[in-house]
Ligand binder design. Structure first.
Ligand SMILES: [Zn+2]
Length: 96
């Protein structure tokens, strides 16, 4: 009979400890992505984003991160924008 009560008390203590642990310290269980904490507005990151392809190399990237050329075309980087604007005919070939 005494062992049964000890078991019940232990069970209650474990349940209470688990509940306390899950609600008390969210950092221990679910570390937030570091990007969400730094600078970037949460609303901007969570919604669907428009994906564009770099005019120079066809790399796909979110429009937020694209470098827009004077003609309104997206580029993956400043280097590709400069490269394409200085020589629009040349593209880094993907084999074909
Ligand atoms: Zn590119």
């Amino acid at each position: 009979m005494l062992l049964k009560w000890i078991g019940v008390i232990l069970l209650v203590a474990v349940v209470w400890w688990l509940l306390r642990r899950s609600s008390g310290q969210p950092t221990a269980q679910a570390p937030a992505p570091p990007q969400a904490l730094r600078g970037q507005p949460a609303a901007r990151r969570s919604g669907p984003q428009t994906i564009v392809a770099c005019t120079h190399c066809d790399l796909h990237l979110p429009v937020d991160e694209a470098f827009m050329g004077p003609d309104g075309r997206p580029y993956c980087s400043e280097a590709h924008r400069i490269a394409h604007l200085s020589d629009p005919g040349r593209r880094p070939s993907r084999g074909a």
